[in-house]
Design a protein around this ligand. Structure first.
Ligand SMILES: Cc1cc2nc3c(=O)[nH]c(=O)nc-3n(C[C@H](O)[C@H](O)[C@H](O)COP(=O)(O)O)c2cc1C
Length: 486
């Protein structure tokens, strides 16, 4: 016996305390998981996905370890990844297995939306709620979701991607198999053997014993004792997956983090040349084959699969602190700089036609009291560089905690900016001042300097206003934060 179980209890409690201190309640914690999961040091989590749909997750490991999010393919529940997650936790990762919307214990979408965009929105919401930039491990349909979620937004929302049995091009046989998989989830079965027989008939191969247990975990008995899939059958009729080849090709080309494409060596539904075609699209992607495995790579050859995953993580997303030396990836330097917590501002001015313009910036710094000088730096690829250069004035608006939506809007290129906020000119010669900001500094441009891929604007403060009673919006390690007093 020894003290191991108690050690686990203490570790789990310590992990929870740490979790509370590090995540600012960004996702809700189901405390019952603490007691249910002690044996396996598992914690139950609930995330708020796209449109507020609640998504169930099981976490293994300590929340301050680097996060790995594991998504099963359509039709499977989060138990699919439990064994891999335990192996990851033992290797010092914080591994979180998720039930997709309409699957397992996650909520069904009340509006019936199960398209590629909402599944991708769910994943983005989960990633934003985590204490560290996660690696995503995703199988089958979820691999498509992860590809879209990452490739179509800021690629650095993850630190790596492991796609398991990914394809984005579907031939007639695959389409037929997917429609059978859907039909099967709308039917009821006399007993568990009938469920397994129906699943086995879809694939060229009998599920291995561990996979059988996972399949059965996704089915429950109805009042007549018949077995039915637990989820929402609409979740499998999701649109936007089959015909999205071109869209997903563009997303694949935009990936800028380490990627591995894992496939079962004998898997007939994902031929080797499909994986090679994907590899050619994704910058720097590697391929790993699970020797001797077919359709059920992760469970059939569990140890080989886990070893491949861990090897990828150790090489490409190591646990040891990152180091930057001149010539390393700029992303590493950005992560290092992200350790410096800042406030968030919106800098504003007018374009030559007199229209207000502005963008979110955290490069604001005080420079001098006498004369009163401040600075911010603007990317040379900003659409507003010309206007800031020619206007001869600008204002810096320091945002308070309630203004995160404005920070989001002013950092996006595809949305109108000033329509969504209240602002005013406090001086005929001044720049737009955002109503309710924590502080605003109305400046005349003092000097402009070349700063590599940015231009540094130094402003002489003509007027400043501030509100001493509000909390600031903060930015740290690539995420918005709030003040937290212990
Ligand atoms: C928290 C945060 C801080 C940012 N800081 C800066 C910054 O200091 N300088 C900059 O040029 N862009 C910064 N950006 C990025 C711009 O807000 C973003 O690229 C915006 O779309 C630029 O718009 P524009 O091209 O219309 O000027 C920041 C974004 C965020 C979310």
């Amino acid at each position: 016996m020894g003290s191991d179980p108690w050690r686990r209890v203490l570790d789990t409690i310590a992990a929870y305390i740490l979790y509370y201190r590090t995540t600012q309640y960004q996702y809700q914690l189901d405390i019952t998981g603490l007691f249910k999961g002690i044996g396996a040091a598992m914690q139950s989590l609930t995330f708020e996905g796209y449109g507020g749909v609640h998504l169930k997750g099981d976490a293994f490991g300590a929340p301050d370890d680097p996060a790995v999010v594991l998504l099963p393919t359509a039709g499977q529940s989060r138990a699919f990844w439990h064994a891999a997650a335990q192996a990851l936790a033992a290797a010092g990762r914080y591994a979180i297995c998720i039930d997709l919307r309409g699957h397992g214990e996650s909520e069904h979408a009340a509006d019936g939306r199960y398209d590629l965009d909402v599944y991708a929105g769910d994943l983005r919401a989960i990633l934003h709620a985590l204490p560290s930039r996660a690696v995503v491990v995703a199988a089958g349909m979820s691999a498509i979701v992860a590809l879209a979620a990452v490739g179509e937004s800021a690629p650095h929302i993850v630190s790596g991607l492991a796609f398991v049995d990914l394809t984005i091009w579907f031939n007639a046989a695959q389409t037929e198999r997917l429609s059978k998989a859907l039909t099967l989830r709308t039917e009821s079965f006399a007993d568990q053997a009938a469920v397994l027989a129906a699943i086995a008939a879809m694939h060229p191969q009998e599920p291995p014993p561990a996979a059988k247990a996972q399949i059965l975990a996704a089915f429950s008995q109805d009042e007549n004792g018949r077995y039915q899939w637990r989820g929402d059958p609409r979740a499998l009729a999701g649109t936007g997956f089959l015909g999205a080849g071109e869209r997903l090709e563009s997303a694949a080309k935009r990936l800028a983090v380490p990627v591995t494409l894992i496939r079962g060596q004998l898997n007939e539904s994902i031929p080797a040349d499909t994986t090679q075609r994907l590899q050619a699209l994704i910058p720097g992607a590697e391929i790993a084959e699970v020797e001797g495995a077919g359709h059920y790579a992760a469970t059939e050859r569990e140890e080989i699969f886990n070893a491949i995953l861990l090897d990828f993580l150790e090489r490409k997303v190591p646990r040891v602190p990152f180091a930057y030396t001149g010539g390393s990836e700029p992303r590493v330097l950005r992560d290092a700089l992200g350790c410096f917590a800042t406030g968030v501002t919106i800098v504003t001015t007018h374009d030559p036609a007199g229209a207000p313009i502005g963008l979110t910036a955290n490069s604001f710094t005080s420079v001098s009291l006498d004369p009163p000088l401040i600075l911010f730096s603007l990317a040379k690829n900003s659409g507003n560089l010309q206007s800031f250069t020619s206007a001869g004035r600008f204002a810096v608006n320091v945002l308070q905690i309630g203004q995160q939506p404005a920070a989001n809007t002013f950092a996006r290129r595809d949305a109108p900016r000033f329509e969504s906020i209240d602002w005013a000119l406090r001086d005929a010669d001044g720049s737009p001042i955002i109503t309710g900001a924590l502080a605003s500094f109305d400046c005349r441009t003092w000097s402009v300097h070349d700063g590599g891929d940015h231009v540094v604007f130094i402003g002489e403060v003509k007027q400043a206003w501030f509100e001493p009673h509000r909390d600031p919006l903060l930015y740290f390690r690539g995420k918005y934060r709030r003040l937290h007093f212990s």
